[in-house]
Write a protein that binds this ligand. Sequence first.
Ligand code: NAD
Length: 490
Amino acid sequence: MPNEPATTDRLHAFRMVVGGERRAGRGEQSVLVEPWSGQPFATVEMGTTDDLDDAVFAAAAAFDGSGWATGRPLDRAAVLGQVASTLRARTEEIGALEARNVGRPLAECRHNVELAADAFAYFASLSTHLRGASIPIGSGLLDYSLREPYGVCGLITPWNNPIVLSSWKIAAGLAAGNALVVKPASATPLSVLIMADLLEEAGLPGGILNVVPGPGGQLGDHLAAHPGVRKVSFTGSTATGIHVLQRAAPNLAKVSLELGGKSPSLVFADAEMDAAISGSVPAMFSNAGQMCTARSRILVQRSRYDEFLDRFVDRVGQLKMGSPFDDAVTLGPLISPAQVDTVLRFIERAKADGARIVCGGGRPSDPMLAAGNFVEPTVITGVKDDMEIVTEEVFGPVVVVEQFDDEDEVVRRVNASRYGLAATVWTRDLALAHRVAAVLQAGTVTINTTKVSHVYAPFGGYKQSGLGRELGLEGLDEFLQVKNVIVSTV
Ligand code: NAD
């Protein structure tokens, strides 16, 4: 029985997915609340480490017995392709559920359902292109390589963009022929549970995808360290990613990590200012700044700094907070009251360090917003490079705007960050743009555009922003291991 959202007391009820069955977890039932209203809207059965053991066992059995890895690639492609089609057909309904769970404006959630569909369509096509190589190694010998799935992979995903980020892992992992156990974020597990339903409807064998929601400190930890898991793919904070790497180390499980960032925008004096300003607003404030790639540090060349700041602050002031179902709303709430406290504490410490709050800086005064986890969009100036507000990821609607004088200086300053996820360069000078792109320490550099991920191209972090890549051919490779076969021909 799929996880259809119909149930008692007006709350949608979701159960975990193990071995092709929906079942109550052994853990506590969690009640999810809408982040903008505080109203409960769904219940989720949480799992325990015993449930997770069952899921790993079911995945291993399905990997060995279902033929998912050994069957016709076109059959795998058909399953993934059907999920892409169903996601597109049900964009409105699934987007609305995501909006209720995450609080993000409905238009953004609809778009994210389409991005998830793109991931399934893309990896469906790649699943028919898994090829090894034939390698000349000398006469009397034939050498060829095979690209094979790992077997059971453990996926651990964050709360901020659940449908997109989990689709990247699930579609790639399945295209490669693996069996998966997913531990979604406790706060936003719904779209992953729905995805399990869509995959089952499309013909995925039971047990190839298992979903066990539950507390990360117990379940994520247990999954990362599970001896039955050969590959761990994690998206979340840098601190947890390092912990996951350590937990997987005794098993020598392959680990890929998509982690946090403090991604800069570099606005050179010759930039097309309208584009730089209008691009920098969503690049920072989409999903209320709860994005790993939020361009949360803007550096503007001195001669255009005042102009940029005035116009940017004006545009930020036009952001409208409220319900994700109000079409006029462009800024949703944060995921939880705890995240509000975290963000407000960052702002308070920035003030104590001597920074200047140009706009925002607290909770909105509008009583209509009082029940939600809202923080005003906040622009901060007057900072020094070593202040916490410049070096650390806030994961909320808070941006710092700084000045720089020349190319070498700005590159040196942004490369001093321990992070290296994304960077955006605004300039009309093509040579400068490519020169800077070549030396920036970031997994993705965008020039005069802000969108950092496209399914066809690799996405990931340098330095403490990650290990490995998602999307593109590289994203599929993360879920494949190579076997070399050497044959005597004499
Ligand atoms: P988080 O690290 O708190 O949690 C991520 C996942 O790990 C969740 O499923 C959580 O339950 C689980 N987890 C928590 N403790 C664990 C433990 N001890 N062992 C194993 N798993 C554990 O991150 P979050 O708050 O959910 O997400 C926000 C963070 O994710 C930000 O730092 C953001 O930059 C990062 N992020 C990165 C990317 C990327 O692609 N680079 C994308 C989105 C979010």
